[in-house]
Each structure stands twice: as C-alpha cells, then as structure tokens.
Ligand binder design. Structure first.
Ligand code: C2O
Ligand code: CU
Length: 480
C-alpha cells in the first residue's frame, strides 16, 4: 500500500532557513572546559586559502593511553587515537598528504564522501597501495555537509581495529541548528593485553570472523569512560560516528531523549525523538541532547545490549561509554529545540533497475573455514555488478544469515525505502544501512557522473574480509 506521503519525485534539497535568513546562533551554556577530556585534536590547515583545507597526515605506530595505566601500541594517524579531526566547510577543497610510516601498506578511504574514484582509497581499483615510507595526496571537494570519516582500505579489519580512523566534519554554517556547544564523538573499541600489545587481527579464528571481533575496551574519542561536563538543561549537539570494526552502539542516556536531527549525509527530513539510538559500524548520527540532572550529579551514556547475532547479548552486560557530570549551576530553563526541515524527495521509482542482493552464510567447510556470500559467492569469486551513469537502481538486500550486516556503498548516498516492507521514515541520505537478522531492506540510488569500480560491503569489517563485499562497475554512458 502506498501512502500519500510516499509519492516520490525529482531529487530536491531545500533547507528551511538557508534561504537568506541567518540562523540564530545560540550562546554557549556549557561550563568552562566542558569537553576537555573528549575534545579531538584537529588537523592543522596549512593552506591560507579560506576555501582550501590542506593537511598532512602520517600513519604510524604510537603508544597511546586510553585510560590510567592503560597504554597500547596502536596504529594511528599522527600518533592520535582517533586520528585528528579534519574540519572543512561545505564546498571546500580538501587536500590530504598521507605519509605511511606503518610497517604495512595502507590507503585512506573517505567514508561517505562523494569523491572521484581516484580518491576512493581502494588499492588496485582507485590507487596503488601506499607502501612503507610512501606518500599519496588525496584531493577532493567536500560537496555535502555532514559528518564523514576516514580509514584504511588495506586489510581494513586489522588496520581499523588497530586504531586507524578519524572524523571529517563538513560544516554548513547556515544549517539552522543553532546549538553552540558541539562535540564530535568517535565511538570505537580496541583490544590489547597487559603489555599494551594489540590483540591479533585473526583472534578467535573462523568463529571470530563470523561474529565480527570486538575490542575489550570501549572508547569515546579514544578514552575509556571519559567525563563530559554539562549544565543541566543546556542543549549540546553531538555528531557521532561509529568507527568500530564490528561493535554496534545502542546508546541510551538513563531514559532521557536524543533529538535526532541528522544521519550519514547531513540533516534528515525532520527531527525525531528517541531514548534509544542505534549506531551501527560506519554509520553517523547528528543529535541534540539536553541532559538533565541535579547540580553536581551525573548521568551515564550507555551502550545497551543489542542482538546482532549469537554472542552479542549472551553473558554480556551494557557498557558505560561516558559520564556526564553536571556543574553546580541551576538547571537551565526549558529551551525550544530547532524545528528543522529538509526536503528529501526520492527519484522516480518507475523505470528504476531492480537489483537483488542476498546475503548468506553457508555451513563451514571441512577445514572449519566459513565465508559469507553475496548472491551465492564470496567477494573473491564474484563478478562486478554494473550500472550506467544516470541510472536509478532499487536495491533489495535480503539477509538470510543469523547476523546483522550494516551495508555500505562507496561513493554514493542512497535513500532507504523500507525495512521488511515498512517505510523507513524520516527520510535521510545514507551510505551505510543495517540489514537485520532475517530482514530485507530496500534503498534507491542514482549513479551520477563518476564512472569507476566502486565497492559495497558489510561494515563489520571481519565480514567484509570474510567475503561479504562486492564491486559495482559504473560504466560511462547512459542506461538504454
Ligand atoms: Cu568505510 Cu569500504 O568502507
Ligand atoms: Cu556483516
């Protein structure tokens, strides 16, 4: 059944408030030093041109401290965990000079960004691997506002798990949100022993691959259980990315609300209030929180149990992610939250090409090895999917496994249509969308003028390495 609001026509994008009326810039209410424990280091912009952000990044092994007495010899960008925050304005050109001082080759993939294929960071498809001592320059325009992130695309499960990831924040000063106290929150995890030695990337063998390995320490901006200070009743804007290679974050704030205003590709159609926020690997969420509590008291941001497959809830307890410590100021009088609206209209579905994708996990072979299949074959046996420039495709992704799979498409944002035939609303641009156990999702995507070999895969990176990945060959020329 089609509901009236479900009529889909030409792609349009209008942000309420961006048509000349300057957004009200609200003042800061947060106590001094409120984000001191969580503030990310920022990459230094070496280019005087205000429209160009040009930074150097060095990938290298470094000792980082995630908690008192807990240091790990991690793989880092610039010795930081997470890597430095790269901050740009929408429309800026971003130039990143990567130097690889790791003992292994690497690359950088700009997750969610509409880059040309040469900048997508996939070895042998978009660029050669950057060997030890080598360099590569990434150069692209940040066309869309939103929170994006960067990570390697060589042995991704290992390299991301070892600490290689960072946030790319593309700001739109006219987005109309008007919350001054803003925090970029990179959620992840890491595993290491008492000597600070990283857990091996193949721990747990084939079962570890099938589950998707999670690190023992849950990190918020590289820290175990840090403290964020707040004034009770004062709004804060959190831009969240899940950079863990397998862990899901089902966030809750002791029953208080998240006012969700955006997702992977910037603001969503309209805000939505929830007390439970799921952010699967690779996904982003843009939320306003207005934590309330007695002056001097605390509130805990927790990651609750979420069933993404056997082993994710059995014998496990929720994790504390961070503590909010309230200042002694009285609770701020109630503030009205911005009523944001973004027109997001899907392209015409009539005439779109149907693409069917089924995810399966056949029984393990006699050697005990398992592999995930996409349409009956693992990545290494698959032929590329194809598309033509200008083509609209509707992907139906059916999950016939007993594990969730957050599916990511490189280079293109798509619009989710439905999950198990139930419309997904509010509409939001996504590049990563979870397909739950035994579930089916549909999304629509239009391929623009960037031909090349693009990847899609599960962002449980162990699953991707275990076969749950494919190529999409975007051919020049228009569809017949
Ligand atoms: Cu964020 Cu191919 O990955
Ligand atoms: Cu998966």
């Amino acid at each position: 059944m089609r509901r009236p609001g479900y009529v889909l026509s030409a792609v349009a994008l209008i942000l309420a408030g961006s048509a000349g009326t300057p957004a009200a810039v609200s003042s800061s209410f947060a106590p001094d030093g409120w984000d001191q424990e969580l503030r990310l280091s920022e990459a230094h912009d070496n280019n005087p041109d205000p429209k160009i952000v040009e930074v150097d990044l060095t990938a290298r092994v470094a000792d980082v401290t995630v908690a008192p007495e807990k240091a790990v010899r991690a793989w880092t960008y610039d010795g930081r965990l997470p890597g430095p925050l790269i901050r740009a304005h929408v429309g800026d050109r971003v130039i990143v000079h990567l130097t690889n001082n790791l003992p292994r080759p690497t690359t950088i993939h700009w997750h969610g960004v509409r880059v040309p294929i040469e900048m997508d960071g996939v070895p042998d498809v978009s660029q050669p691997e950057v060997g030890t001592g080598g360099t590569f320059t990434y150069d692209f325009v940040a066309r869309d506002a939103g929170l994006y992130w960067y990570h390697p695309h060589v042995l991704s499960a290992a390299q991301v798990g070892f600490g290689l990831y960072g946030a790319l924040l593309v700001e739109d000063p006219d987005d109309g949100v008007g919350v001054a106290d803003e925090l970029t929150l990179v959620l992840s995890d890491i595993g290491f022993d008492d000597h600070g030695v990283l857990e091996s990337a193949d721990s747990g063998g084939p079962a570890g691959m099938v589950f998707g390995r999670e690190g023992t320490y849950v990190l918020a901006n590289g820290k175990v259980h840090p403290t964020l200070r707040a004034r009770s009743g004062a709004p804060q804007r959190w831009r969240i990315v899940n950079a863990a290679k397998s862990r899901f974050f089902l966030l809750s704030l002791e029953g208080q609300d998240f006012y969700v205003i955006g997702s992977d590709g910037g603001l969503q159609e309209r805000p939505q209030t929830t007390d439970s926020l799921l952010v699967t690997p690779g996904e982003r969420a843009d939320v306003i929180v207005t934590p309330k509590g007695p002056p001097g008291g605390t509130l805990t941001l927790r990651a609750d149990l979420y069933n993404r497959g056997y082993g994710s809830v059995e014998f496990r307890i929720p994790e504390d992610v961070l503590t909010i410590a309230f200042s002694n100021e009285p609770t701020l009088a109630k503030r009205t939250l911005p009523t944001l609206h973004r027109d997001i209209v899907a392209p015409p579905l009539a005439g779109a090409t149907a693409v069917n994708v089924e995810l399966t996990l056949p029984p393990a072979g006699p050697d005990g090895k398992s592999e995930f299949h996409v349409n009956g074959v693992p990545f290494w046996k698959a032929k590329p999917f194809t598309a033509r420039i200008g083509e609209t495709q509707i992907w139906t992704v059916k999950n016939s496994t007993k594990w969730d799979h957050p599916m990511h498409l490189h280079g293109f944002s798509f619009l989710p249509l439905d999950e198990n035939l139930k419309p997904i609303r509010p509409m939001a641009w996504k590049d990563t969308l979870n397909v739950p156990i035994d579930g089916t999702i549909r999304f629509v995507v239009v391929f623009d003028e960037r031909p090349g070999m693009w990847m899609f895969h599960c962002h449980i990176l162990d699953h991707a390495d275990g076969g749950l990945m494919g190529h999409l060959h975007l051919l020049p020329g228009s569809p017949e």
